[in-house]
Ligand binder design. Structure first.
Ligand code: HEC
Length: 262
């Protein structure tokens, strides 16, 4: 008897606290649900222009967004004539780690078109993309370092920009690595430190069991779809002028221009 009554009281208390809990939780939710707030991309009556998303306050800079070193971020300085000017300068010292990072990023993002040595005959070009620039020709060798940064940031002719894939510091690392590549492709035995053995490319190919063609001059296969028109003076729409004078890219004379391009 007694035990039964006690049990009943317990049950009432338990039910009561359950109800209180429910009210408490529901109360919480009500508050959060209905409190005034702005929802991104939705209008509001609160501001005079009815926009929920607020523009940045004029003349203020958000934390972490102060880009004081404008050469580092843009790759250009204001020239004497008022126009932007590229510079043959790195904005920070180049260490071996910087070059290694640049090599890694170059091999990921640039080789599909420019190839690992930067001669502009990457796999995509072999399959019909506009021949990418040969980074070892006279034009490209003469360009100031920050030109490469600028090209990666904004794209160039048929080349898309790589600003989303490469942070500014990575773009500079790649630019520095391009200089190293240029040195490597034009180096003579005199440039190699004393005591370091220089191997013949043919011997390397034999050692590594690579096909004999590995050590021979590199040219686009004749099966590559040529983006150059037969008459190089006619550019294709949306394409920067071709470089017919570029000696490294061989244009098969007999190849007809693709018919589909009008
Ligand atoms: C999708 C193919 C493609 C990729 C990937 C690519 N490029 Fe290019 N690049 C091109 C083409 C094509 C041109 C020649 C543009 C033209 O003449 O229209 C070019 C031109 C250039 C030039 C020469 C610009 C000039 O002033 O003549 C540089 C430098 C360059 N690329 C650097 C890079 C770097 C660095 C990367 C990697 C971050 C890269 N490219 C990735 C296709 C590519």
């Amino acid at each position: 008897m007694e035990a039964n009554r006690l049990n009943g009281i317990f049950r009432q208390v338990a039910a009561g606290s359950g109800l209180a809990m429910l009210l408490f939780v529901a109360g919480c939710r009500q508050d959060m649900q209905n409190q005034p707030k702005l929802i991104p991309q939705r209008g509001t009556e609160f501001f005079a222009d009815h926009r929920g998303a607020r523009p940045q306050v004029l003349n203020t800079v958000a934390r972490g967004q102060l880009h004081e070193d404008s050469y580092f971020y843009t790759g250009v300085v204001q020239g004497a004539n008022g126009y932007r000017e590229e510079q043959n300068l790195m904005p920070f010292p180049v260490t071996l780690d910087v070059l290694k990072r640049g090599q890694e990023r170059f091999n990921i993002y640039c080789t599909p078109c420019h190839s690992r040595v930067g001669n502009g005959m990457g796999a995509i070009v072999e399959r019909g993309y506009k021949p990418a620039a040969n980074l070892h020709d006279q034009v490209r060798l003469a360009q100031p370092l920050s030109h490469y940064y600028y090209v990666m940031t904004h794209g160039y002719g048929a080349m898309p920009d790589y600003s989303a894939q490469l942070t500014p510091v990575d773009r500079w690392a790649v630019a520095a690595y391009i200089r190293a590549l240029q040195l490597s492709q034009a180096a003579s035995e005199k440039d190699v430190p004393a005591g370091v053995q220089v191997k013949n490319l043919k011997d390397v190919a034999a050692e590594e069991h690579l096909p004999a063609g590995f050590a021979e001059p590199w040219a686009l296969p004749s099966s590559a779809v040529q983006a150059y028109p037969n008459d190089v003076k006619q550019g294709y729409p949306a394409m920067a002028p071709a470089y017919p004078a570029d000696p490294a890219i061989k244009i098969p004379a007999s190849k007809p221009a693709p018919a589909a391009v009008k």
